[in-house]
Design a protein around this ligand. Structure first.
Ligand code: AVJ
Length: 325
């Protein structure tokens, strides 16, 4: 254990506290329609539910991306050569195992820096990885992407930022531009950005993935309110909301909402913030954009991120892009 601890570095991004003042939460709840920052989906329970979603028969993205990585992880490692790996939204790092496996073949001083807001999951994952890879250096960053990108430990060598699972799709075009600007400045010329994105396809297939038969996605969605109740002493009544997810064809995105079934007066005590919710009013908890590759490639290019290679699955449902600054 001691030997493993010496390979683990832990950084709590201090500004997590500042974000907990929740300015963006309040701003979102004052909007029409109401929205929540989607990080509230990912407390430890939310992350556990998301892990369950990844195994659902209806939820194709994880499986599809995993298959692309299985086929191409060693090609990626060869193309980039030895580098430090930083993963944004690492969750359980299950797909990253494939990359770590590939890099550990060639890289003697492999280091991996997972970033996540789910502190509990981040810790367990970090310990598992240290155990599994006897020379791996792990630096866990507990915080949001924005915080992490703004305060990454200084680069010691070539760097690769990893952003899998189509999490990029959670950002609206404006936030996406801001995020990519941050990515660009976290990278030196020659550094890499590996990003996985869900592509536009048959609408039924997409909608089914967010409306699974077992109701795991519904539980995941409702958990955001449970998280708010716990963190801010709120009084959202979970059983008075219905899960609602649909494809918005104009913006090419899944929208996940909570549909209010009864008038409610909501009070978040520690924020001293109150709102009324009408019948039929919804709170949007997440968008999940589905990309058109040529557009995405030029968006990346505008941020100095040139696509070296694009891999997809045989159905062209999902894509993995290796970009270089
Ligand atoms: C992890 C954010 C990419 O948008 O598909 C799964 C989250 N939401 N089911 C996605 C999610 C509902 C997922 N991301």
């Amino acid at each position: 254990v001691k030997q493993e601890c010496s390979r683990l570095n832990w950084i709590n991004l201090d500004a997590l506290e500042a974000v907990d003042q929740a300015d963006d939460l309040i701003a979102g709840l004052k909007q029409t329609p109401k929205t929540l920052p989607c990080r509230y989906l990912y407390d430890d329970r939310g992350s556990a539910l998301f892990e369950k979603i990844c195994d659902l028969p209806e939820y194709y993205p994880t499986r599809t991306e995993q298959a692309i990585l299985e086929q191409n992880a060693s090609a990626i490692a060869q193309m980039t050569g030895s580098c430090e790996l930083i993963e944004l939204g690492s969750g359980s790092s299950r797909k990253t195992h494939l990359l770590l496996e590939a890099y550990s073949q060639t890289d003697q001083s492999l280091s991996y820096c997972p970033v996540d807001v789910s502190t509990g999951l981040l810790r367990t994952t970090a310990l598992q990885l240290l155990h599994h890879y006897p020379t791996l250096q792990v630096c866990g960053l507990a915080g949001t992407y924005e915080q992490a990108l703004a305060q990454l430990p200084p680069a010691t060598r070539r760097r690769m930022l990893i952003f899998l699972g189509s999490t990029l799709g959670n950002l609206n075009p404006q936030d996406c531009d801001r995020f990519l600007t941050q990515v660009q400045s976290a990278l030196q010329p020659g550094d890499f950005f590996l990003v996985g994105v869900d592509l536009q396809k048959d609408v039924d297939l997409i909608e089914t993935a967010y409306n699974d038969a077992q109701g795991v996605t519904a539980a995941f969605n409702l958990n955001a309110l449970k998280h708010l109740n716990q963190q801010f002493e709120g009084n959202f009544r979970l059983n008075q909301f219905a899960h609602w997810a649909f494809y918005n064809p104009v913006d090419h995105q899944i929208e996940m909402h909570l549909f209010n079934l009864r008038p409610q007066f909501i009070f978040l005590r520690t924020l001293n913030f109150a709102i009324e919710l009408q019948i039929g009013e919804t709170i949007r908890t997440e968008i999940s954009r589905k990309f058109y590759l040529p557009t995405l490639i030029s968006t990346l290019e505008r941020h100095d991120l040139r696509s070296l290679q694009v891999w997809t699955d045989p159905n062209r449902w999902f894509a993995l892009l290796l970009c270089q600054r």
